[in-house]
Ligand binder design. Sequence first.
Ligand code: ADP
Ligand code: ASP
Ligand code: MG
Length: 428
Amino acid sequence: MKDIRVFKFGGASIKSAENIENVVSIIQKYNDQKLMIIVSALGKTTNHLEQVVKHIANKPEALKKLEIVKKNHLEIIKDLGLEENSSLITDLNDLLVEIDWALDETDAEYDYIYDQIVSIGELLSSKILAAKLETQNQDVNWVDARGVVITDDIYREGWVDWNRTTKNIETNVKPLFENANYVISQGFIASTMENNTTTLGREGSDYSAAIFSFGLDAIDMSIWKDVPGVLTADPRKFKNVTKLDSLSYREAIEMTYYGAKVIHPKTIKPLQNKNIPLHVKSFIDPDGEGTLISDEVTDNYPPIVTVETEQAIINISTKDFSFVAEHHLSTLFQQIAKHRIQVNMMQNSAISFSVCVNDIDDRIENFTKQIQASFKTKVERNLELINIRHYQKDLVQKLKEGKIVKLEERKGDMIQLVVKDIPKMERI
Ligand code: ADP
Ligand code: ASP
Ligand code: MG
């Protein structure tokens, strides 16, 4: 079989009929190649579906929110000229009915219901894109990612079972390329061994594409974004950013781990393990060079800044003010892992241990409650973690302006700052 390339299109690239047509034109440029196409939900659909789940206790309200999703999709279907495609309309209605049923499972665990409902976004978008490609006389096979990507049963953040998943790719996906150049599937969604739908965590579609790339031994993977490539910082937060033409896997892993939102952090490792190059390209300028992430190592990077918001510092000390010893740390880390607390930075002194963590849902409360018998805790919220790789002193100084630095750490040529805004005072 000819070599397979993997393309991933995110929500922004398919947020409207016009954008979907643009994606179709990008895909068609590669019509002599085998493409595994992974898509996210259309535009902000996942956020809208989250609203449906949030109103589960009030079904009429939840259905109102669902109506917004239905209307958006029907409008796009109409604008694409697909409203006469009865099998597409049937699929849409069937998928929306599944949400209606899930809303009746009020006794089920919240995270389980969440996954059953939000996963529908990717099923809808992939059906629509496949239908549009078919109108262009392209041979397309559609495959349900839930029959391919297998995870454990941690809903909203499933951990991939690589053995089962790669076997499924071999048996359920590879053969689909025998009679079609294009195979379409969904990012973000997966299932447990018992066939319950799971998701890989918000923004997880990049990771899905890497899972498929790994299993297919893809020759390369491209993720199509609304930016020219990976930039030295988020253009939504910083001026004067520049594009990085190439990055090593290691550099990309570090950047994304510390919050460069352009690529999901779990994406790079599977690619690195098989030495699959990753292109970050612009769907607005598809012929642009983009950024190439590969095993090539360069050592003259400019300063690269990432910012993670919604950070908290948990300061932990023993109740009797004895030293925080190894056996304490061992207990603490067990609880940190159990509560899925993501630690971005830690510091320990003789009598206290501080961690900077992502402040997600009520994970911190659950964690501190669990350890309260033996430890005293103090939590400080609404912080930012700024990471500056390959730092220059004057830039660090500038980034500290107007901030109180709560924690600071240097590792080689990287500096990390946990900061809080200095409260703005005005004279009366
Ligand atoms: P997708 O549509 O695939 O989900 P995302 O919206 O998740 O794409 O990622 C693209 C966005 O990532 C850009 O619009 C940009 O604001 C943001 N971003 C954050 N950090 C960077 C960076 N270092 N380089 C480029 N984009 C970045
Ligand atoms: N649609 C999902 C989300 O918005 C996954 C993704 O876009 O990567 O989080
Ligand atoms: Mg995204």
